[in-house]
Design a protein around this ligand. Structure first.
Ligand code: GLN
Length: 285
């Protein structure tokens, strides 16, 4: 069959139940044929081989069943780089790119040595992006941690794909196995699970049926993990540190209160691209 004929069957706007988004169709088609999207878009008359057709129809069926495109093709673009993702890891979200911008701006102000921690690293997208973006500028330590050995395997695979050698990955439940070097500036970034249980139960099937619950849900107000993290930072008696958290907009006030134990440090709330309060920056200035 030609691309045009298959496209008509599966993306026609009037046959909603058997249709997938046009954008998804071309991503899957490009994956199956190993041809660039621009070629495929320009050649509706191009004939697929029967193997390609079978593989494409299988992926389309899975997509109709809400399986995320990133899992179907095994990778997702984040901050201009491609990251491998599996169902052991959350799929990097475009809003988290704003977090990268903020952290980069902050790290560039450091004049003394720093250790940068990404707690709950998943696919490694955050820490690898930071290390790669900073690589020519500063010689910092970069550490990515996760409680899930399977997620860490994916993170290490991504490190290889990027030829990165500066990030160290370590298995840990939050800060449990982590030694924080007191003599350095410490920057902790955490995109931990923050979805309240009730909200999690209402997420779309794409998320709920396929992404790892342990990377998303965190108790009745979504703050179980951040509460523990803040307690652990206190226990480690950290003095010279900054903290960046990705959050749900409903958590701003509670988190600011929780962080007030470190007074007089300053909390700044940062919005995502949709204008929602999505990040907290916490630092001494
Ligand atoms: N932003 C993600 C979502 O809405 C949640 C990510 C997280 O819990 N760390 O699905």
């Amino acid at each position: 069959m030609t691309i045009g004929a298959i496209q008509k069957i599966y993306t026609h706007p009037q046959v909603a139940t058997s249709a997938i988004a046009l954008e998804d169709f071309f991503v899957l088609l490009s994956h199956v044929t190993s041809k660039p999207k621009v070629f495929l878009l320009a050649h509706p008359e191009h004939d697929l081989t029967s193997e390609e057709e079978v593989a494409l129809k299988d992926l389309i069926e899975r997509r109709k069943n809400h399986e995320p495109v990133a899992y179907l093709i095994g990778h997702k673009e984040f901050y201009g780089r491609d990251f491998r993702v599996t169902p052991a890891t959350l799929i990097p979200r475009p809003e988290t790119e704003v977090l990268i911008e903020e952290v980069l701006g902050h790290l560039k102000t450091f004049s003394s040595p720093a250790a940068v921690f990404d707690i709950g690293t998943g696919s490694g997208a955050i820490i690898l992006t930071l290390a790669e973006e900073m690589s020519l500028q500063k010689d910092f330590l970069y550490i990515g941690t996760d409680i899930s050995p399977n997620a860490l395997m994916v993170a290490k695979e991504n490190q290889k794909l990027l030829n990165n050698t500066s990030v160290v990955f370590q298995e840990s439940d939050l800060l449990k196995n982590i030694i924080l070097p007191q003599e350095k500036n410490i920057c902790i970034i955490a995109n931990l699970p923050y979805v309240p249980t009730k909200m999690y139960e209402e997420t779309e099937p794409d998320v709920q049926n396929f992404e790892p619950r342990i990377a998303l849900e965190s108790g009745h107000d979504g703050l179980d993990h951040y509460r523990r993290l803040i307690t652990e930072i206190q226990e480690k008696k950290l003095t010279n540190f900054s903290l960046f958290l990705e959050i749900d907009p409903s958590q701003t006030n509670t988190l600011s209160e929780l962080l007030s134990v470190f007074s007089p440090m300053v909390t700044t709330v940062i919005q995502d691209l949709a204008g929602r309060e999505r990040f907290i920056k916490f630092s001494s200035s």
